[in-house]
Design a protein around this ligand. Sequence first.
Ligand SMILES: [Zn+2]
Length: 568
Amino acid sequence: MAAQVRRDDVVVVAQFLGDPVPVAAVIAATVDQLLLVASLFWALAANRLFLGQALKERALAEPQTWGFALALIVLLASLHYLLLAPLANRWTVKPLIALLIVTSAFAVHFMQAFGVYLDPSMVRNVLRTDVAEARELLSWSLLPHLLIYAVAPLLLMSRVRVLRSPWPRASVVRVASALAAGAVFVATLVAVFQPMASLMRNHKELRYLATPANVLWSVAAVGAAQARGAAQPRQAIGLDATLAPAVARVRPLVVVLVVGETARRANWGLSGYARQTTPELAQLPVINFADVTSCGTNTEVSVPCMFAPLGRRDYDESRIRGSESLLHVAAHAGVAVHWRDNQSGCKGVCEGLPQDEVVSLNPAGICAEGHCLDEGLLAGLDDKLAAAAASPKPGTQLLVLHTLGNHGPSYFRRYPPAFKRFQPACENDDLRLCSPQEIVNAYDNALLYTDHVLASLVAKLQAAADRVDTALIYVSDHGESLGENNLYLHGLPYAISPDVQTQVPMVMWLSAGLPRAVGLDTACLQRRATEPAAHDHLFHTVLGLLGVHTALYEPAWDLTSACRTVAP
Ligand SMILES: [Zn+2]
């Protein structure tokens, strides 16, 4: 076995008060021994979730369960050995293991704390997280976990001296040991093939719990996709787009699309939640779509998908990321497009188009510690509407506001004190230190604030309604788990995600002149809003409202198309 202590390796590593004092044993080990110990360490210490899920449907008393558990541990250890063996040599082995120990410790903490899976889209999310977001995820409870699973093994490894070996011999040993690991992997797999195959078929997402292989695989997948994307320019779409001649239009048209964050339908007052979390919108003539399904369970998937012609119904991530978006199509038609961000950017959908961010605008009393309240999104909107009204030709504009919404886990940081209405609210970045009710209270307060921001936006549009026709569409990018089945936050693989992560609120408001200007029956639209809808409808509905003609437009996916008195 690896890591035996050898007497002659006990050396003096520090000097104390001038006298040489032997303070610690240094353990000598070969690269292969170190790899083996690390692989066993991860199999046993970083895969409690994987093993728990894999063995969930088995009886603990049955000997087969224990046999299967042992096989899974052997598979995990041999897999990690195989993955690392080609990369390890006398110089790289320690940095490589150290990096993976630290990564695994963080990964396991977040998987356990929030019930997330580390798949490529989660890694993409993590890589795009800004400093302010990351700070909220680091809590004091992380410290003991890191001490046990990162600091302790790192200290232990610092005591290891890697034995030198002439490179021809080292290479032969490495290849032989990798072959042995491969043989062990295959033999074990053959022995448990039947239960293993059915487990992986029924629970594909399990592989994203095998740590740190999940991190290695996901980082490689994201890197490969990034390299492919960087090698090709974004493919242009909708180059045929034109604006319909505005027959009945005498006023400028401004469509405002508000992209919500992490708002779930289950807690949306207008959609029947027992608590009134949308008191201001409830006083307005809004059209509430009560059954809307999101394209993804996280921002990185949902936002590009919402702005693509084919959404979830024919999901193709690389095609979506490699193509222009709804915003480019509108711009090709001559619509003035602008993206305003109060979150982590537009995920490529506004690439090359006019954009700004609230944090740089820095409106008075709105921003602190790198985050701004969503009211900042409305800064300067009155002037924008006045300018649209003053323009000699009635133009068409599309304004997208990307909110911070209910971005977790620090829901309490999303609203000003006036919205602390549901009490007591969780006011800790670490959700596990709060009771379930406190978490829900903070989440609902953040929804109250979103309600206020949207109602304020409607008030501004209403104030300009005699000069500018306007439409507001609000839709959240995905939902959130608030502790149901011990799940928190969002981002579960779509196939196994609970409804609370994929059912989102969506609201429309139209200025009084708009239905006449674009030929729309609002009573019909109210009825349509009671039927199911999805993110897939957004692309075509917005094109329909703007009056953009293109071969990409599919009337069947335009929520307003059945309610037109004049074809768009
Ligand atoms: Zn999001």
